[in-house]
Design a binder for this molecule. Structure first.
Ligand SMILES: Cc1cc2nc3c(=O)[nH]c(=O)nc-3n(C[C@H](O)[C@H](O)[C@H](O)COP(=O)(O)OP(=O)(O)OC[C@H]3O[C@@H](n4cnc5c(N)ncnc54)[C@H](O)[C@@H]3O)c2cc1C
Length: 418
């Protein structure tokens, strides 16, 4: 890397807003946080670098959810459950297995996320990158954003960092660990004869072609292909491309090119050899590259996978999650794991919270980002209302508000079959 540097001249930045709760990042965690804080009566602004909400669940074409219940008991309640149920009612999501996993239409989620935020009174500031924080050490007074309108500041009493990468917490001085998991670029293929493809899969004839497609795409370990239940004739592809430093724009630039190239090569193999794909075409590749994990922010408590398997109970539990690899594994999420150790008025939510790598593997999924976001947003609203630090919010009151809003925060009974 070049050692050449320049010094920027000092300049004054206009303050464009002053809010109770500022949510940075509009993915599943940020959307849920903003809606929860808005519904709690806070004056909320949500800042998002791209032009729509949903994060990886829309722009990243990550459109699968594991079951939201265990043995009939709600695990993902509140805003997450409401989101899925609203999409199903609108015909924009559907269950795809008896065990209750589901897929949804990313366009439906984009529109629903807008409406839920606006109904909750959230001010949306799209097309704006958060590039810095300002104020006291340990207690940022707000953030600096860059957009076509230039460099501007937003003052906030409390901030929820839902950027996925923990950008705001890191910029404000929080400690973190890095764990850059395998990046991916999902895609959708249209005009597939799903019946013929299904027949080929059930008689085993598809396996070799699938493996040839994975190799042609150059995917390290995984290429998933599933029928998409919402739109006729559509298949969805998911993949593991490669590990790398996913906060480096040069690496991300290379991965963008590689991901699109890989999807094209997969299509070529499928068209030529997979029954049902002869007339298929590529609808789209994800325009938001699939960064699974980068920073894990150091908070007041680190969630450990061993605690998940032990079904550890926390007095400050504010959310539940389950593990997509084994949805019967349900765990509590304590408020302390959402509050950076070194910061008073910043909460983190989503795929940058405080957890060991194995726990993060379960936590980073969309449904858990919804529950963590809802908890962080409700906590941020309460902290702003009481004019206190996030670690000083009355936990009982926060838990009461969350459960009144339909969130599940206590472990359900163990499955009867266990
Ligand atoms: C390839 C792939 C497959 C996956 N498969 C599944 C699956 O099958 N099921 C499942 O549930 N989960 C899956 N996941 C995980 C899941 O999609 C994500 O972990 C989840 O979306 C994370 O939500 P989030 O809100 O924390 O972050 P994100 O979805 O990444 O949202 C962060 C938001 O913040 C914005 N942002 C970032 N930085 C800034 C900034 N500086 N200023 C302003 N805005 C900013 C981004 O634009 C984005 O909108 C998968 C992930 C990948 C990559």
């Amino acid at each position: 890397m070049s050692t050449d540097v320049i010094t920027e001249s000092e300049r004054q930045i206009p303050v464009i807003a002053e809010v109770d709760v500022l949510v940075c990042g509009g993915g599943p965690a940020g959307t849920a946080a903003a809606v929860a804080a808005g519904r709690a009566g806070a004056d909320v602004m949500l800042v998002e670098r791209y032009g729509c909400l949903g994060g990886l669940a829309t722009g990243g074409l990550v459109i699968v959810l594991p079951p939201l219940t265990r043995d009939g008991h709600q695990v993902i309640g509140g805003i997450g459950r409401e989101t899925l149920e609203t999409l199903i009612e609108a015909g924009e999501a559907d269950y795809r297995s008896e065990r209750g996993s589901s897929m949804f239409d990313p366009e439906g989620l984009k529109r629903l996320s807008d409406e839920m935020c606006l109904d909750a009174g959230v001010r949306l500031r799209l097309h704006s990158w958060v590039v810095g924080t300002f104020g006291e050490e340990g207690r940022p007074g707000g953030v600096i954003v860059e957009s076509k309108a230039g460099r501007q500041a937003i003052r906030a009493r409390t901030i929820v960092d839902a950027t996925g990468d923990g950008d705001v917490a890191a910029m404000a001085g929080a400690g973190f660990e890095r764990d850059d998991k395998m990046i991916g670029m999902p895609f959708r293929i249209g005009n597939v004869d799903l019946e013929r493809w299904s027949e080929a899969r059930s008689d085993g004839g598809a396996r070799e072609v699938h493996e040839a497609a994975r190799q042609a795409g150059g995917y390290e370990s995984y290429l998933g292909l599933s029928p998409f239940p919402i739109e006729p004739g559509v298949a969805w592809g998911n993949n593991h491309m490669a590990p790398g430093d996913f906060l480096d724009p040069d690496v991300l630039s290379r991965m963008e090119v590689q991901g699109r190239r890989a999807a094209g090569r997969v299509l070529e193999v499928l068209r030529e050899h997979m029954p049902g794909f002869e007339e298929a075409w590529l609808i789209d590749t994800a325009w938001q590259i699939g960064v699974r994990c980068t920073r894990r922010i150091e908070c007041r408590h680190e969630m450990l996978f061993d605690d998940f398997t032990a079904e550890r109970h926390y007095t400050d539990s504010v959310a539940l999650g389950n593990d997509f690899r084994n949805p019967d594994l349900v765990y509590e999420i304590p408020l302390r794991s959402l509050i950076p150790r070194d910061l008073d008025n910043v909460a983190v939510a989503g795929r940058c919270v405080c957890a060991d790598p194995e726990a993060m593997e379960a936590l980073r999924e969309i449904h858990c980002c919804w529950t963590m976001g809802e908890a962080a947003g409700a906590a941020a609203a309460l902290a702003a209302e009481r004019d206190c630090a996030l670690h000083q919010v009355p936990v009982g009151e926060l838990q009461r508000r969350l459960t009144d809003a339909g969130a599940a925060i206590e472990l359900p009974p163990r499955p009867t079959s266990a």
